[in-house]
Design a protein around this ligand. Structure first.
Ligand code: ZN
Length: 373
């Protein structure tokens, strides 16, 4: 079925990283984009090449740029890539506002995307990795206290069912929200655990630290929409400003997107406060640019089901060769937790994301013509 013009939901549902990348690149070429690629040193599960791709539409020296990013959390790239490709197909019909360019960054973490992992080849969560490694790393004592819950010895049928019940119980208890926050906010003590922020800059961070100043230093205004999935009610998008964005960015986001913008970790956000997100880092890299970073987080499955998939993934990768028999099951659960093969879900995501991209372009264009910063 194809509910969205130019978007074939059925084809997208089974798509792997390489197919998603090929669709993105061919749509970018058809829209007349300038494309550059940064190769990743490792390979995908079928030996395929991995890369982060940048497609640029509009003037190279545009004063106002919208950056649409996907795949910082690997497997979530299925959702982000779908949005990018759908927008590119629509963009080939519409003209960009004068003076505004659009940059699409595909697969910030291509290894995780290809291997159906949220993290990278070092198990690093790219959105917990932008901390100052020259200073003592923050200790997440609450994570360590709950660690037993998310570190099972085995991961077969009965163990998994029992584990699910325990996690369900814990999450629905009075301390459920605090427990989920403890598990998801980021930690640097367990390299093979969940939401590991790393002990040095990841491949993706080093890549962005090189790319972002080169590509965006000339801008006056840079709007970033970073697409995520896995948190929140099924199909519902939440627009979140990272904690590191300054007050001016919050005012701009409110002006462009309306009141429904939350602060990561705020009372009304589905996300816990996190340390080391990449967009706050991007704003620090571009001190002369008015950066307006917003993450768009799309809900998928209930939080326990998503956590369970991540627990299975971490378990699998603690001994990837020895546990290869379970890889298919774990990867299927992970994929479903972050990209449900459901055309209604995909349609909900596309509708909300494309509307938001339109708002960003209007906002940038308005601010440019009114000389607002
Ligand atoms: Zn994410």
């Amino acid at each position: 079925m194809s509910a969205i013009p130019g978007h074939d939901a059925a084809a997208t549902a089974g798509e792997n990283y390489t197919e998603a990348r090929a669709r993105f690149l061919s749509s970018a070429r058809a829209a007349g984009a300038e494309i550059s690629s940064i190769d990743h040193p490792l390979r995908g599960p079928a030996g395929q090449a991995l890369a982060t791709d940048l497609a640029w539409l509009g003037p190279a020296n545009a004063q106002a740029v919208l950056l649409i990013a996907s795949g910082a959390h690997g497997v979530e790239g299925h959702c982000g890539s779908m949005v990018q490709t759908a927008w590119l197909r629509a963009a080939s019909r519409d003209r960009l506002p004068d003076g505004v360019a659009v940059a699409l960054l595909h697969a910030i973490n291509p290894f995780g995307f290809a291997w159906t992992r949220r993290t990278d080849h070092e198990n690093i969560d790219i959105n917990r990795n932008w901390v100052d490694f020259a200073r003592p790393l923050p200790v997440n004592a609450a994570y360590l206290a709950h660690e037993g819950l998310v570190r099972p010895e085995h991961w077969d049928g009965p163990v998994r069912a029992a584990f699910h019940a325990v996690l369900e119980d814990a999450a629905s208890g009075t301390d459920g929200r605090a427990m989920i926050a403890a598990l998801t906010s980021g930690q640097h003590d367990r390299p093979d655990g969940l939401f590991f922020g790393g002990r040095a800059a990841s491949w993706s961070r080093a890549m962005l630290e090189d790319l972002l100043p080169r590509a965006f230093r000339h801008c006056r205004q840079l709007a970033i929409i970073d697409i995520h999935s896995g948190l929140g009610p099924f199909g519902r998008g939440e627009r979140m400003i990272p904690a590191g964005a300054g007050p001016a960015a919050r005012v701009r986001a409110g002006r462009w997107y309306g009141l429904g913008v939350t602060l990561v970790g705020g009372e009304d956000s589905v996300s816990a406060a996190v340390t080391g997100d990449w967009m706050s880092g991007a704003a620090r890299l571009l001190p002369e640019v008015a950066v307006t970073p917003v993450a768009m987080e799309f809900g998928t499955r209930p939080v326990v089901q998503v956590l369970e998939a991540l627990v299975g993934d971490a378990w699998l990768w603690r001994d990837r060769p020895g546990r290869a028999d379970h890889a298919g099951d774990v990867m299927a659960a992970t994929r479903d937790a972050f990209f449900p093969a459901d055309p209604v879900w995909q349609g909900m995501i596309l509708g909300q994301a494309l509307a938001m991209i339109g708002q960003a372009l209007e906002g940038l264009s308005h601010d440019l013509s009114e000389n607002i910063e």
